[in-house]
Every structure is written in structure tokens, then in C-alpha cells.
Design a protein around this ligand. Structure first.
Ligand code: ATP
Ligand code: MG
Length: 422
């Protein structure tokens, strides 16, 4: 049974996670074998600000996951996000090479290359080119033009770019650890792969990954990724606000924040009036209780409203609001904040649900939480990349064989080659 090892590394502002999984032809759903998540240091709003700190956090996360999986990681897909992410929709057009036969993958590669030819500053790099639709001789809405006949082939693509400095810094951290980066994946796209259903993407929906230091947005319209961006504000700001409001340390504020989103625990700690008993947290500031209304309605709610107002601005600016009837899929650790779902629905005026990772199996008990949507999605991205690379290899070889025209022996050699492709 040919097996393939996949690895995803999420470089977050609050935590770094590493996930290792296997896929095989018999079991195409990634089977998680190793996972770990450690507190992140050296990353602010998705950007690397201290290479040494990032390297040491990454080393810890990768080592723990490797130990659990009993396998060594040599290459991985890594997440990138933050305000340095930009996206644009671009078109390409080419004449089909052999209009008398059919549209070939060579035509498809050429038209995508044409769409990729955007003017880009020397400090930016394209990390994603996602075809939204192909148009053959004026007929649009085509998902896969291969094998069709036509003269003129057009494509509408969604292109994501990132700051080259950030990518280079990440590459350095990984290469110091002996890991080759197979691809940089926008964290919003990765979270979308793990949490959204095909129906949601088809009808139109928005992925909102509310992380510690940033909010990633990925908009799907008619099944295709249409807008990506990242806002430099995150759930860590809620912790800061609580710390300032209650005059406690950031650690204590984080404890209070997490406790407030645990509704089962809160039932016992909140009295009939308004006071929440936190004597059990033994905070070093000696705070034993606080007013629920003051913290939830007075501190957390306004910050969450501000965050979703910014999401609304991003959706409005990019004219997406009327095209996403399936609403919001909110993920990332901040999705668990008390009242997040209700505030999102009210501010944006669309349906909303919390998204947790799906489409993976194996040791997933620890992974099935919104904050791990991004790292889980990297496995799905890796799987799709492997599948398309494999398909390309087979097709390339097919073409070579066709060109050298070996007649009867072609099929035998082709079959032999397919046996060697893992
Ligand atoms: N149960 C919870 N209730 C409320 N907030 C939570 C909960 N669990 C995690 N968080 C918050 O989520 C944030 C971390 O989210 P996440 O792990 O998605 O961030 P990250 O991926 O490291 O950061 P980013 O994506 O911004 O780079 C922290 O601010 C944390 O306090
Ligand atoms: Mg994140």
C-alpha cells in the first residue's frame, strides 16, 4: 500500500501547531498520527518579529509531533497570514494550440501563466493562484476545460500575494530545522478547507478566522475563492481590554476570558444578581469576583463588535455582501469568545456558525477545535497538491510517450510507469 506522509505547520500569533498525517490510495482522508501545539513566541499579527524565538517555538512543536507520529518531518506546508496578505482577481486569455483537437493541460497552464502576469512589486511574492472559472469561446462558468473543444480560452483567477520578507524569514526558521517548505498557504484559505462544506462554498460564504493577533477572511462565491484578506486585530485585544478594565495582569485576564466562555462552569460561578466568583482561579492580584455585565457587556462585547464591523467593511469594500447567503463560518480560538456568534450575526446581518476542523481522521481528539482549523486545513491542501502533482506527472509522461509514438508498447510502458508513481 503506497503511503504518503503529510505535514502542516501553523505559525500563529498565539500558538504554533504541527500536524503529521498519512494518506494512501485506500484511505485518501488524512489520518492524523502526530499533533502538537505550543505557545508562540516571536510572531505579532501573523508576522515574524524575532527569528530566534520563532525557531525555538517551531522546534518544540515539530519535535513533539514527530515523537507522537514516530516519523521524521523533512518537508511541510506552512501557514502565512496577517496584514501583509493581499489578493487580486486577474484574467488571462490564450489561443488554444490545437483547436481542431481539444483543450490540453498545456493550454490550461499557459492561460494561468497569462493571468499570473500581474505587475508586482519586487518585495512581494505570489503564494496562491486559484482559478475561479474558465471561459471557452465566450461560454463562462466552466470549472475544468480539459478535453473541451474551442479556439479561445480565458480564465478568471484569484491571486494571493505575501510580503517576501516574511516568507524568507519563515523559510530561514524552517531550513534551520532541516525542513523544506513545500508551499506557503494563506491561513484563511487553509481554515476554509478544514471547516467549510462544498455547498456553503457553492452558495457563497465567508470564512472568518478570529486568531490571537489577526482576523483572516476568505470569501467563496459560486464555489471559488474570490477574496482574501487579513485584519491586524485579534482575540488578544480582548485579553488586553480585560487586563486594563479590571487592572489585572495579561495572564489573569486570559484566565478570566477563558472562564467566561465556559458556559457550564459559569453556571456555578455566577450568582443570581451579577457577580462572578473567581476565588477558585487564585489570581495573584487577589481579585475574587467581578461584575458579569461590566466585563461581558462593557469590555468584551464592544471589542467583538469592532472586530466584526471591520469584517463587514472588508466585505462591503469588496462587494461581497449580496453574494454570500450561506453566511459566516467563524473559526480560530477567538470564535469561542463569549457572545462571538450572536454579535457576528447581528453586526454583519448574515447567518453564522462556529467552524471546527472536519475531513480528517485518526488521532483527532485534540485537533477538533476551532483554533486548529488552520493546521488541519494544511493537510487537506497538501493532499490536493500531491494529487494534482501526481496527475500532472502521469499526464506529462503520457504526452512524452504519445510523441515518441511507440505504438503497441505505449500502453505497457505507461502502465509500468503508473506502478512506480507513489
Ligand atoms: N475557549 C476560549 N474562549 C475564548 N477565547 C479563546 C478560547 N480558546 C482560545 N481563545 C483565544 O483565541 C486566541 C488564539 O486563537 P488562535 O489559536 O486561533 O490564534 P493563532 O492562530 O495563534 O493566532 P493568529 O491566527 O492570529 O496568528 C487567544 O487570544 C485565546 O485567548
Ligand atoms: Mg491562526
Amino acid at each position: 500500500m503506497a503511503q504518503n506522509l503529510l505535514c502542516g505547520i501553523d505559525v500563529g500569533s498565539s500558538k504554533m501547531s504541527c500536524i503529521i498525517a498519512r494518506v494512501s490510495e485506500e484511505e485518501p482522508t488524512p489520518r492524523v498520527m502526530g499533533f502538537s501545539s505550543v505557545p508562540s513566541r516571536g510572531v505579532k499579527r501573523g508576522q515574524i518579529v524575532d527569528i530566534n524565538q520563532v525557531s525555538s517555538s517551531l522546534e518544540q512543536a515539530i519535535e513533539q509531533a514527530e515523537r507522537m507520529a514516530g516519523a521524521k518531518v523533512t518537508s511541510a506546508f506552512a501557514s502565512v497570514g496577517g496584514p501583509h496578505i493581499e489578493s487580486i482577481n486577474s484574467q488571462g486569455v490564450v489561443a488554444v494550440s490545437h483547436p481542431d483537437v481539444e483543450i490540453s493541460d498545456d493550454d490550461v497552464s499557459r492561460v494561468i501563466d497569462a493571468a499570473k502576469a500581474i505587475s508586482l512589486s519586487s518585495t512581494r511574492e505570489v503564494i496562491e493562484v486559484s482559478p475561479r472559472e474558465y471561459i471557452v469561446d465566450g461560454q463562462g462558468g466552466i470549472k475544468n476545460p480539459l478535453g473541451m473543444s474551442g479556439v479561445r480560452l480565458e480564465v478568471n483567477t484569484h491571486i494571493i500575494t505575501a510580503s517576501m520578507t516574511n516568507l524568507k524569514n519563515l523559510e530561514r526558521c524552517m531550513s534551520d530545522l532541516g525542513i523544506e517548505i513545500r508551499g506557503y498557504v494563506f491561513s484563511g484559505l487553509s481554515s476554509a478547507l478544514a471547516t467549510m462544506s462544498e455547498t456553503e462554498k457553492e452558495l457563497g460564504a465567508v470564512l472568518v478566522d478570529l486568531g490571537g493577533g489577526k482576523i483572516d477572511i476568505a470569501v467563496y462565491i459560486e464555489g471559488a475563492l474570490t477574496h482574501s484578506s487579513s485584519i491586524p486585530i485579534g482575540a488578544r485585544h480582548i485579553t488586553n481590554d480585560i487586563a486594563v478594565g479590571l487592572r489585572v495582569s495579561l495572564d489573569s485576564a486570559e484566565h478570566i476570558k477563558l472562564m467566561l466562555s465556559d458556559s457550564a462552569k459559569l453556571k456555578y460561578l455566577k450568582d443570581k444578581k451579577d457577580d462572578v466568583d473567581i476565588s477558585g482561579l487564585r489570581l495573584k492580584e487577589g481579585l475574587n469576583s467581578f461584575s458579569y455585565k461590566t466585563v461581558v457587556d462593557g469590555i468584551i462585547r464592544p471589542r467583538l463588535e469592532e472586530m466584526f464591523e471591520q469584517v463587514l467593511v472588508a466585505l462591503d469594500t469588496n462587494e461581497c455582501m449580496n453574494l454570500v447567503p450561506s453566511g459566516l463560518i467563524i473559526t480560530g480560538g477567538g470564535a469561542l469568545s463569549v457572545g462571538a456568534l450572536e454579535i457576528a450575526k447581528r453586526v454583519i446581518g448574515l447567518p453564522a456558525r462556529i467552524g471546527a476542523p472536519q475531513h480528517i481522521t485518526g488521532l483527532t481528539d485534540e485537533v477538533m477545535y476551532p483554533q486548529y482549523a488552520c493546521v488541519a486545513g494544511l493537510l487537506l491542501y497538501a493532499k490536493d497538491t500531491d494529487a494534482s502533482e501526481k496527475q500532472l506527472n502521469v499526464k506529462d509522461f503520457d504526452r512524452i510517450l504519445r510523441n515518441i509514438s511507440m505504438k503497441g508498447s505505449v500502453k505497457k510502458v505507461r502502465d509500468l510507469f503508473k506502478n512506480f508513481v507513489p
